[in-house]
Ligand binder design. Sequence first.
Ligand code: ATP
Ligand code: MG
Length: 416
Amino acid sequence: MLQSKLFAKTRREDPKDEVAKNAKLLIRAGFIHKESAGVYAFLPLGLKTLNKICQIIREEMNTLGAQEVQLTALQAPELWQKTDRWSDDKVDNWFKTELKSGGELGLGFTHEEPFAAIMSENVSSYKDLPLAVYQIQTKFRNELRAKSGIIRGREFLMKDLYSFHTNEKDLDEYHLKVRQAYENIFQRLGIADRTFFTFASGGVFSEFSYEFQTLAEAGEDLIYVDQEQKIAVNKEVYTTEVLAKQNLDKTKLKECQSIEVGNIFKLGTRFSEALGLDFVTESGERQPVVMGSYGLGPSRLMGVLAEILSDDKGLIWPLAVAPMALHLISLDQDEVALRLLTDLESAGIEALFDDRAVSAGEKFADADLLGLPYRVVVSAKNLATNQLEIKNRQSGAVEFIPVLELVAWAEKNLRP
Ligand code: ATP
Ligand code: MG
């Protein structure tokens, strides 16, 4: 891809109306565009990264055997009235609108109700269970504070998975599988070492809800971390009883700021009872289906990566989710660089070639800002010995390779 053709331009100055680091950096790098507070458009490079995050999540959900669907954002009141989640005093973050033809619709902030309703038309016997479905879909929330960039959007992407079971034991076993799938996702995104399985309040059916919290200075949550056991307790449930129950030694816990990137709720029969989702057991009894829900925020994860993997020069994307892996920069060697770009692209390797008529200093500064994993410099000096310089954005390590080996080098080093 030619950088001159990229319509989204980089900026030297921080946007004046942003306080969050992720928003400042992503806007400066031309990854996102701010529509209004908490409302962001994803531009070409930003969308590539967001899609890669979604794809990793999708692969892990599919491996779990969950089926992908897409529900509607527009929601009619009736279902939500049945679970008592329509009125504004019960849920304070609905976006609602009146219909010209009369009545009201709201923009979904979560989807337990419509999923339970769909399943009530499809599940009738124990033979239909267990079952898991998910979507990666836009949610809307009238968040009071929207100052954290894409970490807290009023419109944002959520992966929401729902599981349906004949009994609680089956739900308990399944939630451990989802937990493992989440660990895999955090591993692939490069944040596993600072993401903690966390006991939190807000359980509807069980004593706790479970969160996945990523350590970050900008985090709004406070958690108490046990590094050895790799688990944490959210401040909101941090009591002597909880610590004792989880075998946590208070003196070993460290207080840290963190961002919730995902969660698990054991919903039990709260939604299935309200919405008539039941099944007939092997012995012919009718029983409500036992449900679990599992959230994850792809756009929030992108914000978290921007927040914690960046430095004072700009973004630093892990290979797995970088818009592309290579940033080609030529110092008056555009013809050679263009040929290298063609070779890479014919081998199916995406690269960004900075063909703009700007100074070398500007190109290097922008390469640091965009944060692609490897910067490849084509210069007369290196070409004199048939070499290219490759610099790792994260470690700063520099290596030299023969010009003709770039494609082979990429094939070897860029497979995530
Ligand atoms: P928080 O406590 O941070 O407000 P939540 O408990 O409301 O989050 P859920 O409603 O369970 O979260 O949503 C599931 C996931 O969706 C969260 O773990 C997070 O990754 C993501 N998410 C929630 N709210 C937002 C938002 N406003 N902007 C971006 N991502 C969000
Ligand atoms: Mg929460």
